[in-house]
Design a protein around this ligand. Structure first.
Ligand code: DC
Length: 220
């Protein structure tokens, strides 16, 4: 079974997806981490974020490994643990541009399908229900108001010890929404058959319970 969770930045997808995977006892694939990891490698190796062919080659040469550890999923590239580095501000600022390239998306989608070819998975991203697994048994489009999403992202960064301005975060969220929704290659859309779930004002546990319930209904 595949549970596909898509939605805009800051809707709580990864927290919710992790919770649903735990509730159902199945694996979790964070596809945003894959695009972030490629962006980090590009920044570190000086490959321009507007060069589709070079980025696609880089993705082939640096496959991302996601290891399920006791403290969550670790993101590894060529033996290097980049779990924390892929969340840094520079990566966040460039990842939408990297993810917009068709050649990059082809590589990533192929790898995601490979990784999930066996077993049951909860997978979150922007195009899981629409492109990667249109046949997913459960499809959810998770969203929340821009202010709520900016507030959550701000709290996350403050908890990680960063000094950040809420207004700047809100602008960044709006910019990424626009970039992710208006790109030509696999824009963020509500997939056919997806249930739209607005999490503004809802607790994580409640959202997890609803989605886990949808998955149980499908398998019962
Ligand atoms: O969910 P996130 O913020 O970690 O995602 C990082 C970026 O990657 C975001 O700008 C959208 C992009 N992305 C994508 O285009 N397709 C996916 N399946 C997952 C993420």
């Amino acid at each position: 079974m595949i549970v596909a969770i898509d939605g805009p930045a800051g809707a709580g997808k990864s927290t919710v997806a992790r919770g649903v995977a735990r509730a159902l006892g199945i694996g979790y694939l964070d596809t945003g981490a894959m695009y972030r990891a490629l962006t980090l490698v590009a920044l570190r190796s000086g490959v321009p974020c507007d060069d589709d062919a070079a980025l696609a080659r880089l993705a082939r040469e640096h496959p991302v490994h996601l290891e399920q550890g006791p403290a969550g999923v670790r993101v590894i590239i060529r033996g290097d643990d980049v779990t924390a580095a892929i969340r840094e501000t520079e990566v966040t600022a460039s990842v939408s541009e990297v993810a917009a390239h068709p050649g990059v998306r082809l590589e990533m989608v192929a790898r995601q399908r490979d990784l999930m070819a066996q077993g049951d998975w909860v997978c979150d991203g922007r195009d899981i229900g629409s492109v990667v697994f249109p046949g997913a048994e459960v499809k959810v489009f998770l969203t929340a108001s821009v202010s709520e999403r900016a507030r959550r992202r701000h709290a996350e960064l403050v908890a990680a010890g960063e000094t950040v301005d809420l207004r700047a975060i809100r602008d960044g969220v709006e910019r990424r929404d626009h970039a992710d929704s208006s790109r030509a290659a696999s824009p963020l859309v509500v997939a056919d058959g997806a249930a739209v779930l607005d999490t503004t004002g809802l607790g994580v546990d409640e959202v997890v319970a609803r989605i886990a319930g949808m998955a149980r209904d499908v398998t019962s």
